[in-house]
Write a protein that binds this ligand. Structure first.
Ligand code: ZN
Length: 168
């Protein structure tokens, strides 16, 4: 009995150190879905923005500091960039706990994602953009409300742009 169990345990450990194998369908989906355009939360947010009569550009490509940056939603006249961040990939404090399996692989990768978000924010700010990041778990109407507030006044948006820096 004990022998069988420990052999099974060893096999699992052995497998997990070889390569990061998706443990379930949702892990597979998020592995494939890093910074993917037109995710469901993005679609919901965009239709809410439309409903409120706000005009914007989606998946807007720009370059800053020699880097190509694709912004989910942009208000060019206000120079406001909005990102809808996936909870898993961008380490949301509520849902972004790193996966228990393959932690050795995921943790540095997720940390790097969060660092990259900070770099992108800085690059955009350096060329005079304001950056607003909303979590994918934020409902479309609250996210749209934050965006409307940001369009009305710059200070509100800056506070949100600093969120990731504050959290680390
Ligand atoms: Zn979340």
């Amino acid at each position: 009995m004990t022998r069988g169990r420990s052999r099974r345990y060893l096999r699992r450990v052995h497998r997990s150190v070889q390569y990061p194998e998706p443990t379930n369908a949702s892990a597979t989906r998020v592995m494939l879905g890093n910074r993917k355009a037109d995710t469901k939360p993005e679609l919901r947010l965009r239709s809410e923005l439309h409903r409120r009569g706000l005009r914007f550009r989606k998946n807007f490509a720009t370059s800053a500091g020699g880097r190509r940056i694709v912004v989910d939603v942009v208000f060019p006249r206000h120079r406001l960039a909005v990102f809808v961040d996936g909870c898993f990939w961008h380490m949301c404090p509520e849902h972004g706990t790193s996966p228990n399996s393959n932690r050795w692989y995921w943790t540095p990768k997720l940390r790097r994602n969060a660092e990259r978000d900070g770099e992108v924010d800085e690059l955009l700010r350096a060329i005079g953009w304001r950056v607003l990041r909303v979590w994918e778990h934020t409902c479309a109407s609250s996210a749209a409300g934050e965006i409307e507030a940001a369009l009305r006044g710059p200070n509100h948006a800056m506070r949100h742009a600093d969120r990731l820096v504050d959290a680390s």
